[in-house]
Design a protein around this ligand. Sequence first.
Ligand code: R5P
Length: 305
Amino acid sequence: MYIFSTTAYCDFTKKLSKQIKLKIGRVEIKKFSDGEIYARVVEKVRGQSVYVVGTIAPPSDNLLELLLLINALKTSQAKHITAIIPYFGYGRADHIVAEGESLSAKLMADLIKCAGVDRVIAVDLHSSRVEKFFRVPVINIKAQELLVIAICGGHSSGRPEDGPHNIVIVAPDNGALPLARRMAKQLHAPIAYFDKIRPRHNVARFGALYGEVKGKNILLIDDMIDTAGTIVQAAHLLKKYGAKKIIIAATHGIFSGSAIARLKNASVEQVIVTDTIPSAHKKKFSKLRIVSVVPLLGAFLTNTN
Ligand code: R5P
């Protein structure tokens, strides 16, 4: 049994392969002069169950590599193909907001199925809607536990200074509420949330804050940080409303545009993300902490196979 990797996930796959004791399958991925991608599976996989790790995220070469590798495994007659997709990009467009838009999350799920996948393992899909778009079994692994361990165990004192009794879990918008509720339950903490609208793409406008944050330590959570507009504005407002220390935690650190500058300048103690997007490692700054989802995925794969 082999595990294969797209170019962007080679290091990630190396770590995962060590944990689940699987050999990394050799592939040939090249680019033609016109930019088209060529993918070939070098190993003989006929009749075998295989894994392939990749992402559906910009740049679009990542998506194409994943589709082509899945398809190469299919044409090589692998018996069962599981795609491990740590970050399922295009997942935010999971419903039609304006007439005439594409439903990109569904299209991506359809493309993967068309390429020949039998099962998908993802980490923190954007919403339950995305999960329903798949026409193959999908396992949506939750990184919440990892983030909670990083938050509670990562400090020298073991906890943020004032202890868990003084923490409020804050969702910067409605979408993050289910995650906030789960975290609040686990940490026995109250929640607060913002009313947020998007007047246009990548721009967040904040309305009312529901909940009490004055004099509290804050755990500000979301599934992803893209331009960091949402999370940094939320942190700024929380400070204005009298919050004490703020820790930001999110599963997917996309960090596009001005994200790093915004986060560096924000009045927050720490920013915790996972390694579902490998390029996050290249964007390190002193407040950033990256925790790996590899042990989580590894444990799941070991226990289910
Ligand atoms: C929105 O639905 C997501 O959960 C995030 O809040 C959003 O994508 C973050 O984007 P940005 O960091 O660009 O504000």
